[in-house]
Design a protein around this ligand. Sequence first.
Ligand code: DP6
Length: 337
Amino acid sequence: MSQIITARFPSNIALVKYWGKHGNQLPCNASLSMTLSRAHTEVKLYYTEKKGKDAQLEYLFEGQPNEAFGQRVLRYAQRQPVFADLLYNFDLRFESKNSFPHSAGIASSASAFAAIAAILLKASPASDTDDFIRLASRLARLGSGSACRSFYGPFAQWGYLEGINGSSDEFAVPVTDIHDNFKQLRDTILIVEDEPKKVSSSVGHGLMKHHPFARSRFAQANDHCMKMISVLKNGDFEAFISITEREALSLHAMMMTSGNYYLLIKPDTVRIIEQVFQFREATGLPLCFTLDAGPNVHLLYPESVRDKVRPFLEHYLQQYGLKSVIDDQAGVGGEIY
Ligand code: DP6
């Protein structure tokens, strides 16, 4: 007899970026993200009483076996003592799918590892704890750093910050005091390119180890995190825009100035950013951009100006031959059932 658990967890977009790690998946600086709502991963776990002696884990992505990712999940699960009982007693089969197209350029490791960590924990004896979400966030971090922030919405913060109660390098915490201005933010994701990245995020994190600007970058991010927490409380759009855009550009500046320098942005990324500057100058509307570790542009704006921003999206951006556009908004986190 097999038992089934389903988990659905959203992706998140960092406003203050995690870039550089040390030890066992610990961040070199604090980060802060907006949790998405539509872009999510759904994972089903079927666990059946063990037949053989060895740990068995099968991983299907959108109906097809994905052996490489299955091996990664197995290695991850074997490293966490909290899952030992589950692996010892059961054979595991995962069936997973994303709500966003595979090639959309949205990082799926955040939503996938949030769901995988939560579901493995739910199936384990250790699930019987008052601190389930915090423990799941910690376990998700050990799979993929940014995943630990997908447990809370609309905003989550990860990484110790002096003066911020409860903040930790081990797990994310919710940002609790949110001004009405930021309660309903939208994220329209412009997919400039949907090819796999030339340089993975793990390699990028690694390049921060000997980066000439590492110390000042980590200090800048911590400072931005502190400021962003205040901004989310006081509703200051101008400051929100300034921190968010500077963070996106700092992230890419780190890539461009590392020992093995590289560029992930494309000419269209830059053109779109310039259009955002011009649009804001002309209209005074609170529209800004952020970037992930890739060429795609996330446009952030409050729901209240959605109708006024639409012409910008329709007229100015049609000329870029975008691969696709994904319309998302701030969300509340995941669910397990
Ligand atoms: C640029 O969380 O994907 O998206 O911990 O190696 O899995 P690993 O890295 P990952 O890095 C995300 C980097 C980022 C910024 C962010 O989400 O904060």
